[in-house]
Design a protein. Structure first.
Length: 112
């Protein structure tokens, strides 16, 4: 019998305001996740009020919601990363870097 390795799914919430720009950001981030080979990552766009109760491993908070960062850090169960710019390409690069780092950290912890 061939044993298939279990794949750990990393659930990432993207917290931003509702609207067309958020839809484009989520789409761009999904494409970048696939391009980076981060197959075990599932992205879920969230509103700020849903972020508190979302069952995710990481919350990415859009730059324009930085005023809510402290409140969300206190209330949310998942760690929060505040994205530092509103430039879409830079945000995607920043988010992919953070996601890849956390996936690698999890993989190294599972190996020990």
């Amino acid at each position: 019998m061939i044993r298939k390795e279990a794949t750990v799914t990393h659930r990432v919430g993207l917290v931003c305001a509702a609207g067309v720009s958020s839809t484009f950001l989520a789409h761009g981030l999904r494409v970048a996740i696939a391009d980076a080979g981060l197959d075990a990552v599932k992205l879920e766009p969230l509103s700020a009020d849903r972020a508190v109760t979302a069952e995710v491993d990481l919350l990415l908070l859009a730059h324009h919601l930085r005023g809510a960062a402290d409140e969300l850090r206190t209330a949310a169960a998942a760690p929060i990363v505040l994205l530092t710019t509103d430039d879409r390409a830079a945000v995607i690069d920043e988010a992919i870097g953070e996601i890849a780092r956390r996936v690698a950290d999890t993989a190294s912890m599972e190996g020990h």
